[in-house]
Design a protein around this ligand. Sequence first.
Ligand SMILES: Nc1ncnc2c1ncn2[C@@H]1O[C@H](COP(=O)(O)OP(=O)(O)OP(=O)(O)O)[C@@H](O)[C@H]1O
Length: 247
Amino acid sequence: MTAPAIDTSNPSAAHPEPLLELVGVRAAYGPIEVLRGVDLALYPGTVVALLGPNGGGKTTTLKVCSGIMPVSAGEFRLAGRCVNGVDASELARLGICTIPEGRGVFANLTVRENLWVATGTGASLKDLEAAAYERFPILGKRRHQIAGSMSGGEQQMLALSRALGTAPTVLLLDELSMGLAPRVVTEMYDIVGQLVEEGLSILVAEQFARAVLPIATSAALMLQGRVVRSGDPQEIDRELSTSYLGG
Ligand SMILES: Nc1ncnc2c1ncn2[C@@H]1O[C@H](COP(=O)(O)OP(=O)(O)OP(=O)(O)O)[C@@H](O)[C@H]1O
Protein backbone atom coordinates (compact mmCIF):
# COMPACT_ATOMS: atom_id res chain seq x y z
CA MET A 1 0.00 0.00 0.00
CA THR A 2 1.36 3.44 -0.93
CA ALA A 3 0.40 6.51 1.06
CA PRO A 4 0.35 10.08 -0.14
CA ALA A 5 3.19 12.34 1.07
CA ILE A 6 2.76 13.91 4.49
CA ASP A 7 1.35 17.41 4.25
CA THR A 8 2.76 19.20 7.28
CA SER A 9 1.20 22.54 6.44
CA ASN A 10 -0.91 23.84 9.24
CA PRO A 11 -4.18 25.30 7.98
CA SER A 12 -5.07 26.69 11.39
CA ALA A 13 -2.36 27.51 13.89
CA ALA A 14 -5.01 27.80 16.59
CA HIS A 15 -6.33 24.27 15.94
CA PRO A 16 -3.52 22.22 14.44
CA GLU A 17 -4.19 18.68 13.30
CA PRO A 18 -2.08 15.90 14.82
CA LEU A 19 0.80 14.98 12.56
CA LEU A 20 0.79 11.44 13.87
CA GLU A 21 -2.18 9.91 15.64
CA LEU A 22 -3.18 6.55 17.06
CA VAL A 23 -6.86 5.99 17.63
CA GLY A 24 -7.92 2.89 19.55
CA VAL A 25 -4.89 1.02 18.20
CA ARG A 26 -4.55 -2.65 19.02
CA ALA A 27 -1.56 -4.82 18.16
CA ALA A 28 -0.42 -8.32 19.04
CA TYR A 29 2.62 -10.58 18.99
CA GLY A 30 0.98 -13.71 17.60
CA PRO A 31 -1.90 -14.55 19.92
CA ILE A 32 -0.75 -12.15 22.65
CA GLU A 33 -2.38 -8.74 22.40
CA VAL A 34 -0.09 -6.09 23.93
CA LEU A 35 -1.64 -2.84 22.68
CA ARG A 36 -5.24 -2.76 23.81
CA GLY A 37 -6.67 0.45 22.41
CA VAL A 38 -3.92 3.09 22.37
CA ASP A 39 -4.94 6.72 21.82
CA LEU A 40 -2.08 9.14 21.21
CA ALA A 41 -1.53 12.37 19.27
CA LEU A 42 1.72 14.05 18.21
CA TYR A 43 1.23 17.63 17.02
CA PRO A 44 3.68 19.36 14.66
CA GLY A 45 6.74 20.80 16.35
CA THR A 46 6.13 19.13 19.71
CA VAL A 47 7.67 16.41 21.87
CA VAL A 48 5.41 13.75 23.38
CA ALA A 49 6.98 11.75 26.19
CA LEU A 50 5.61 8.23 26.33
CA LEU A 51 6.17 7.06 29.88
CA GLY A 52 5.48 4.00 31.97
CA PRO A 53 7.02 0.92 33.52
CA ASN A 54 8.58 -2.07 31.74
CA GLY A 55 6.20 -3.99 29.58
CA GLY A 56 3.59 -1.24 29.35
CA GLY A 57 3.77 -1.21 25.56
CA LYS A 58 5.95 1.84 24.80
CA THR A 59 8.32 0.08 22.41
CA THR A 60 5.46 -1.73 20.70
CA THR A 61 3.71 1.62 20.18
CA LEU A 62 6.85 2.98 18.49
CA LYS A 63 6.99 -0.17 16.35
CA VAL A 64 3.45 0.51 15.18
CA CYS A 65 4.41 4.11 14.36
CA SER A 66 7.42 2.97 12.33
CA GLY A 67 5.39 0.37 10.44
CA ILE A 68 7.18 -2.75 11.68
CA MET A 69 4.24 -3.87 13.82
CA PRO A 70 0.85 -4.23 12.14
CA VAL A 71 -2.26 -2.62 13.56
CA SER A 72 -4.91 -5.25 14.26
CA ALA A 73 -7.67 -2.76 15.09
CA GLY A 74 -8.06 1.01 15.33
CA GLU A 75 -6.32 3.58 13.13
CA PHE A 76 -2.77 4.82 12.70
CA ARG A 77 -2.98 8.22 10.99
CA LEU A 78 -0.37 10.48 9.46
CA ALA A 79 -1.47 14.05 8.81
CA GLY A 80 -5.07 12.88 9.10
CA ARG A 81 -4.78 9.95 6.69
CA CYS A 82 -5.08 6.33 7.77
CA VAL A 83 -1.79 4.53 7.09
CA ASN A 84 -2.68 1.12 8.54
CA GLY A 85 -0.80 -1.46 6.46
CA VAL A 86 1.73 0.99 4.98
CA ASP A 87 5.12 -0.68 5.26
CA ALA A 88 8.14 0.60 7.16
CA SER A 89 10.15 1.67 4.12
CA GLU A 90 7.23 3.71 2.79
CA LEU A 91 6.72 5.35 6.20
CA ALA A 92 10.45 6.14 6.28
CA ARG A 93 10.11 7.75 2.84
CA LEU A 94 7.23 9.79 4.25
CA GLY A 95 9.53 11.14 6.94
CA ILE A 96 9.24 8.81 9.92
CA CYS A 97 12.61 7.91 11.38
CA THR A 98 13.28 5.64 14.36
CA ILE A 99 16.21 5.44 16.73
CA PRO A 100 15.60 2.10 18.40
CA GLU A 101 16.44 1.08 21.94
CA GLY A 102 20.17 0.34 21.95
CA ARG A 103 20.78 3.12 19.35
CA GLY A 104 21.01 0.97 16.22
CA VAL A 105 24.43 2.12 15.08
CA PHE A 106 26.59 -0.38 13.19
CA ALA A 107 29.16 -1.23 15.84
CA ASN A 108 31.74 -2.59 13.36
CA LEU A 109 31.61 0.41 11.04
CA THR A 110 33.37 3.73 11.55
CA VAL A 111 31.51 6.95 12.27
CA ARG A 112 31.90 7.97 8.62
CA GLU A 113 30.67 4.60 7.35
CA ASN A 114 27.64 4.80 9.66
CA LEU A 115 26.79 8.19 8.18
CA TRP A 116 27.23 6.77 4.69
CA VAL A 117 24.30 4.45 5.43
CA ALA A 118 22.00 7.49 5.43
CA THR A 119 23.09 8.45 1.87
CA GLY A 120 20.54 5.89 0.66
CA THR A 121 17.88 8.57 1.10
CA GLY A 122 19.64 10.93 -1.33
CA ALA A 123 21.89 13.12 0.82
CA SER A 124 25.60 13.28 0.00
CA LEU A 125 28.14 11.91 2.46
CA LYS A 126 29.89 15.30 2.40
CA ASP A 127 26.72 17.10 3.53
CA LEU A 128 25.89 14.42 6.11
CA GLU A 129 29.37 14.64 7.61
CA ALA A 130 29.35 18.44 7.60
CA ALA A 131 25.99 18.55 9.44
CA ALA A 132 26.97 15.82 11.91
CA TYR A 133 30.34 17.33 12.79
CA GLU A 134 28.91 20.81 13.12
CA ARG A 135 26.26 19.62 15.59
CA PHE A 136 28.59 17.18 17.37
CA PRO A 137 32.24 18.24 16.93
CA ILE A 138 33.39 15.15 18.85
CA LEU A 139 32.11 12.99 15.98
CA GLY A 140 34.43 14.84 13.60
CA LYS A 141 37.38 13.91 15.78
CA ARG A 142 36.19 10.30 15.82
CA ARG A 143 35.27 10.04 12.14
CA HIS A 144 37.55 7.04 11.50
CA GLN A 145 36.82 5.35 14.81
CA ILE A 146 34.79 2.13 14.97
CA ALA A 147 31.39 3.10 16.38
CA GLY A 148 31.29 0.19 18.83
CA SER A 149 34.40 1.52 20.56
CA MET A 150 32.87 4.93 21.31
CA SER A 151 31.09 5.94 24.52
CA GLY A 152 27.32 5.46 24.79
CA GLY A 153 26.76 9.20 24.45
CA GLU A 154 28.91 9.42 21.31
CA GLN A 155 27.05 6.47 19.80
CA GLN A 156 23.76 8.19 20.56
CA MET A 157 25.07 11.36 18.84
CA LEU A 158 25.97 9.23 15.82
CA ALA A 159 22.54 7.59 15.81
CA LEU A 160 20.91 11.03 15.94
CA SER A 161 23.17 12.38 13.17
CA ARG A 162 22.36 9.46 10.92
CA ALA A 163 18.66 9.86 11.62
CA LEU A 164 18.78 13.61 10.89
CA GLY A 165 20.61 12.86 7.65
CA THR A 166 17.40 11.33 6.31
CA ALA A 167 15.65 14.72 6.81
CA PRO A 168 12.82 13.25 8.88
CA THR A 169 9.56 14.94 9.80
CA VAL A 170 8.89 12.71 12.80
CA LEU A 171 11.53 11.19 15.06
CA LEU A 172 10.69 8.15 17.16
CA LEU A 173 13.17 7.73 20.02
CA ASP A 174 13.21 4.67 22.23
CA GLU A 175 14.90 4.91 25.65
CA LEU A 176 17.44 7.56 24.70
CA SER A 177 18.78 7.43 28.26
CA MET A 178 19.61 3.74 28.23
CA GLY A 179 23.11 3.06 29.52
CA LEU A 180 24.08 6.74 29.65
CA ALA A 181 25.43 8.71 32.61
CA PRO A 182 22.90 11.24 33.99
CA ARG A 183 24.92 14.21 32.69
CA VAL A 184 24.98 12.73 29.18
CA VAL A 185 21.23 12.03 29.35
CA THR A 186 20.62 15.70 30.14
CA GLU A 187 22.85 16.72 27.21
CA MET A 188 21.02 14.38 24.84
CA TYR A 189 17.61 15.67 25.86
CA ASP A 190 18.84 19.26 25.47
CA ILE A 191 19.64 18.32 21.88
CA VAL A 192 16.18 16.79 21.46
CA GLY A 193 14.74 20.10 22.68
CA GLN A 194 16.80 21.94 20.03
CA LEU A 195 15.58 19.61 17.29
CA VAL A 196 11.99 20.47 18.16
CA GLU A 197 12.82 24.16 17.97
CA GLU A 198 14.19 23.40 14.49
CA GLY A 199 10.75 22.05 13.54
CA LEU A 200 10.90 18.31 14.13
CA SER A 201 8.08 16.44 15.85
CA ILE A 202 9.28 13.82 18.31
CA LEU A 203 7.72 10.88 20.10
CA VAL A 204 10.03 9.57 22.79
CA ALA A 205 9.49 6.44 24.85
CA GLU A 206 11.31 6.79 28.13
CA GLN A 207 11.21 4.85 31.35
CA PHE A 208 13.00 7.62 33.24
CA ALA A 209 10.36 10.32 33.23
CA ARG A 210 12.56 12.93 34.90
CA ALA A 211 14.99 12.81 31.97
CA VAL A 212 12.50 13.77 29.28
CA LEU A 213 9.78 15.76 31.06
CA PRO A 214 11.72 19.07 31.12
CA ILE A 215 11.68 19.24 27.32
CA ALA A 216 8.32 17.50 26.70
CA THR A 217 5.35 19.42 25.35
CA SER A 218 3.01 16.74 26.66
CA ALA A 219 3.27 13.35 28.31
CA ALA A 220 1.35 10.11 28.04
CA LEU A 221 1.48 7.36 30.63
CA MET A 222 1.22 3.79 29.35
CA LEU A 223 0.18 0.87 31.49
CA GLN A 224 -0.76 -2.60 30.27
CA GLY A 225 -1.14 -1.65 26.64
CA ARG A 226 -3.15 1.54 27.05
CA VAL A 227 -2.49 5.24 27.52
CA VAL A 228 -4.11 5.71 30.91
CA ARG A 229 -3.31 9.39 31.34
CA SER A 230 -2.02 12.16 29.09
CA GLY A 231 -1.51 15.89 29.36
CA ASP A 232 0.74 18.50 30.88
CA PRO A 233 4.23 17.11 31.66
CA GLN A 234 4.46 18.83 35.05
CA GLU A 235 1.11 17.43 36.15
CA ILE A 236 2.02 13.94 34.98
CA ASP A 237 5.36 14.30 36.76
CA ARG A 238 3.57 15.15 40.02
CA GLU A 239 1.18 12.23 39.60
CA LEU A 240 4.04 9.85 38.82
CA SER A 241 5.92 10.98 41.91
CA THR A 242 2.96 10.44 44.19
CA SER A 243 1.10 7.50 42.62
CA TYR A 244 3.62 5.39 40.78
CA LEU A 245 6.93 6.09 42.40
CA GLY A 246 5.61 6.11 45.94
CA GLY A 247 6.36 9.77 46.60
N1 LIG B 1 8.67 -9.94 20.25
C1 LIG B 1 7.77 -10.12 21.24
N2 LIG B 1 7.07 -11.28 21.33
C2 LIG B 1 6.16 -11.45 22.31
N3 LIG B 1 5.88 -10.54 23.28
C3 LIG B 1 6.56 -9.39 23.23
C4 LIG B 1 7.55 -9.11 22.22
N4 LIG B 1 8.05 -7.89 22.44
C5 LIG B 1 7.43 -7.41 23.55
N5 LIG B 1 6.53 -8.30 24.02
C6 LIG B 1 5.67 -8.14 25.16
O1 LIG B 1 4.82 -7.02 24.92
C7 LIG B 1 4.59 -6.28 26.10
C8 LIG B 1 4.95 -4.83 25.85
O2 LIG B 1 6.35 -4.75 25.60
P1 LIG B 1 7.07 -3.38 25.18
O3 LIG B 1 8.51 -3.71 24.89
O4 LIG B 1 6.28 -2.71 24.14
O5 LIG B 1 6.95 -2.56 26.54
P2 LIG B 1 7.78 -1.30 27.02
O6 LIG B 1 6.81 -0.42 27.72
O7 LIG B 1 8.53 -0.71 25.89
O8 LIG B 1 8.78 -1.92 28.05
P3 LIG B 1 10.38 -1.78 28.11
O9 LIG B 1 10.63 -0.44 28.67
O10 LIG B 1 10.77 -2.89 29.05
O11 LIG B 1 10.91 -1.99 26.73
C9 LIG B 1 5.44 -6.95 27.18
O12 LIG B 1 4.61 -7.76 27.95
C10 LIG B 1 6.43 -7.75 26.41
O13 LIG B 1 6.82 -8.91 27.12
